[in-house]
Ligand binder design. Structure first.
Ligand code: 13P
Ligand code: SF4
Length: 303
């Protein structure tokens, strides 16, 4: 039988002290993981936080590319991903070799790598972006043409807000891509007073009917500041935990109950304890990749 929750959280607290560790968790993590984390946020917020920490260990409760970015930005810290198989399938849709081949074919074109990429792909890019800053990043470039890797939907959404010409890669997030327009329209019928918030990884026709298209933490801020009392949420369902916690007096409905990222749900309190005890799975980034990936990430963080 699994240990009671309080026992697990006490164990995590004492291991954290022993290791001088900080726990970072993405907004899609299981509720109990978000609750014991030192910082919870979106990709941009967590990348930024990772550069400001004074600790020896970072336990990253999220998926591989997020822990990799933390390792790239903190070469002297031990960065641990509690579940080795917690990968982002979208990040797997672009390899460094493919990006290099595309760059050779395109002349005078900048490369923007969404943070949902492996470090080796970031190293091929001029700059990184997240869902919270893609427009600002693209507009900051001197080039008029931009290869945008790997999320096609985020590329198309960014294209709507810039004069630059964006060439989208053909990747997508399986979790967001399966949120259909019909799902949102049905939810709107069920909850006619609710505002619709969606993530830009959603299909263009889903973004079209949204009141706001923004990152995960962007949705939390929007719900906090809005006078509306009900919201339809077009993203991974884990965000509802943070939304309900931050706005207990408001109501949130998932656009699709099936919008679950199985990789984000792998991490449990037990796996965090295992990670703190054993140091598994330590994220190491090859030196040859580290430098280029760091340059692309830091250029984004400087903006
Ligand atoms: P955010 O940067 O908005 O948190 O999104 C990360 C992600 O993986 C979305 O699927
Ligand atoms: Fe990757 Fe999508 Fe999961 Fe985000 S929700 S980690 S983009 S698969």
């Amino acid at each position: 039988m699994s240990e009671p929750m309080t026992k697990l959280t006490e164990k995590i607290e004492s291991l954290k002290k022993a290791r001088d560790a900080v726990i970072l968790a993405h907004n899609y993590q299981r509720g109990e993981v978000q609750d014991i984390a030192d910082y919870v946020g979106d990709s941009l917020g967590l990348a930024r936080t990772a550069t400001e920490l004074e600790c020896e260990w970072i336990v990253f409760c999220g998926v591989d590319f997020m822990a990799e970015s933390a390792a790239v930005l903190n070469p002297d810290k031990v960065v641990v991903l509690p579940e080795r198989d917690a990968e982002c399938p979208m990040a797997m849709m672009a390899t460094a070799e493919q990006v290099r081949a595309a760059k050779q074919k395109l002349e005078d074109c900048a490369v923007v790598a969404y943070v949902n990429t492996l470090a080796e792909v970031k190293a091929e890019a001029d700059i990184c972006c997240t869902s919270a800053n893609s427009i600002q990043v693209v507009n900051s470039l001197d080039h008029d043409e931009v290869l945008f890797v790997p999320d096609r939907n985020l590329a198309l959404w960014t294209q709507r807000h810039t004069k630059k010409h964006i060439i989208p890669w053909n990747g997508y997030c399986p979790t967001h891509h399966q949120i259909m327009l019909a799902d949102v329209l049905f939810a709107k019928q069920e909850h006619p007073d609710a505002l619709v918030m969606v993530h830009p990884e959603c299909r263009p026709e889903v973004c079209d009917v949204a009141d706001v298209v923004t990152s995960t933490s962007g949705m939390i801020r929007y719900a906090e500041q809005s006078e509306a009392r009900e919201f339809i949420v077009g993203t991974e369902v884990g965000l509802l935990h943070g939304l309900k916690k931050r706005c207990p007096q408001k109501r949130f409905y998932p656009a699709s109950e099936y919008a679950v990222c199985p990789n984000m749900k792998m991490t449990t309190l037990e796996s965090i304890i295992r990670a703190l005890e054993s140091g598994e799975h330590r994220i190491k980034v090859e030196k040859s990749v580290q430098k280029g990936a760091r340059r692309a990430l830091e250029r984004m963080l400087e903006l």
